[in-house]
Ligand binder design. Structure first.
Ligand code: FAD
Length: 386
């Protein structure tokens, strides 16, 4: 990308090396066993990746959304599962603490999250409220120096392995009365429920967070009571830009494997790459990937320059994620088709790429919800929500 700085390119090279050394040797086994590469988080900590967007004054790397997206792309080209856990940790938890918490909270949580000693996550979705996030039912009632939390969160990335969760709960009767709380795994009345077995992203543990009369100290509330929606929505935009990097990494690897295979595999006496139908799949994949890559990094760069905020930012983040996610699934499916029987087996990684890519069409806003966001900008809420 023409606007990548020297620092970005150095980061790209560092993450590429890290991914080949620390992620590649384990991912097939972890994907099979639904394990978790805990060690890799300590190495990410050493490399300064866990607080990638956190200002240096707060102990982070002080880098931007372009850098975070680039990191996602490079890691996901090798292991999208660990990258998803990395995103939940670095963007949904650590970034939010650095951006929205007061000094005492930052001092308590950031050092161990940035070093990788603790794993973080974010709890917004609930069993009855996913796309309709403001329909959440988890309640926080103020009683003396504590908020008493009751309810549950579901599909939480890093739920089964995390120590700290950046969680949302209702503190009033209106849909808008959303507050944020920092939850420690050891808090009384807090448990992590079941771990889900999934179709893809198998090396990224996903689970429930359960609150039963869980007393959370007042000092663990983030920001003002009932004023969390703006912070929550702003982070969703950053999440959508950076998660598009995961789609890009998956697509790039699918294209690389399919291209190589098309040169080597022979049918009817020639390489299958000589057939125009194979060329069509490869060339469409390469063009769609390039278009999504431009859109995603443009969104990241505009975010960094502060050139878009509010609804404009939401629209561009939604456009980038909608296209990148669909592209990565289709490109992985095409790679499977190009590899024929081998593509359908675990002899090659493309079936894993497809299973992993599909998640990005659901998490961080489904394709349908992203289309609603874009349509609202194009047609106006009065038309779309009529
Ligand atoms: C692996 C994984 C990891 C996740 N990690 C996290 C996490 O770390 N933290 C967290 O808080 N959440 C997380 N999630 C939750 C994720 O964000 C939700 O699954 C997602 O927002 C969709 O919500 P839902 O599953 O309840 O689907 P629903 O909202 O029930 O939607 C079901 C279907 O209806 C469609 N639909 C809903 N509303 C509309 C509408 N208005 N117009 C058109 N179609 C509509 C949806 O697009 C979808 O196709 C994760 C999910 C998965 C699978």
């Amino acid at each position: 990308m023409w606007f990548f700085s020297k620092e970005h390119r150095l980061l790209q090279e560092t993450v590429r090396q890290f991914s080949h050394q620390e992620l590649a040797p384990w991912i097939e086994k972890l994907d099979h066993e639904e394990g978790f590469n805990r060690e890799s988080f300590l190495k990410m900590g050493e490399l300064g990746l866990l607080g990638i967007t956190v200002p240096e004054d707060d102990g982070g790397a002080g880098l931007d959304a372009v850098a975070a997206t680039l990191t996602m792309e490079e890691m996901a080209a090798v292991d999208a599962s660990t990258t998803l856990s990395y995103l939940a940790h670095s963007i949904l938890c650590v970034h939010q603490i650095s951006k929205n918490c007061h000094l005492e909270q930052k001092q308590k949580y950031l050092p161990k999250l940035i070093s990788g000693e603790w794993i973080g996550g974010m709890g917004m979705s609930e069993p009855d409220a996913g796309s309709d996030a403001l329909g959440m039912k988890t309640k926080a009632a103020l009683e003396g120096p504590f908020y008493i939390l009751n309810g549950s969160k579901t599909w939480i990335t890093n739920g089964p392995v995390g120590e700290v969760f950046y969680c949302y709960a209702k503190t009033g009767p209106s849909k808008k009365d959303v507050s944020t709380f920092l939850i420690d795994r050891k808090m009384k009345g807090f448990t992590t429920g079941k771990k889900f077995s999934k179709m893809g992203m198998k090396a990224s543990p996903t689970g429930e967070l359960v609150f039963s009369d869980c007393p959370v100290p007042l000092q663990n509330r983030v920001g003002k009571e009932g004023k969390s929606i703006k912070m929550m929505m702003g982070n969703l935009d950053l999440e959508r830009i950076t998660i598009s990097g995961i789609s890009l990494g998956l697509a790039r690897s699918s294209i690389e494997v399919a291209t190589q295979y098309s040169k080597e595999r022979k049918a009817f006496g020639k390489p299958i790459g000589a057939f125009q139908q194979i060329q069509e799949r490869l060339t469409e994949a390469s063009a769609w990937y390039a278009a999504c890559r431009s859109l995603t990094y443009q969104a990241a760069k505009m975010w960094d320059l502060g050139l878009m905020r509010g609804k404009e930012a939401s629209m561009m983040a939604a456009q980038a994620k909608l296209q990148s996610a669909q592209m990565a699934t289709q490109v992985a499916l095409d790679a499977i088709q190009i590899l024929g029987g081998y593509g359908y087996t675990r002899e090659f990684p493309v079936e894993r790429y497809m299973r992993d890519a599909k998640l990005i069409e659901i998490g961080a806003g489904t394709n349908e919800i992203l289309r609603v966001i874009i349509a609202r900008q194009m047609l106006g809420a009065e038309v779309v929500d009529a």
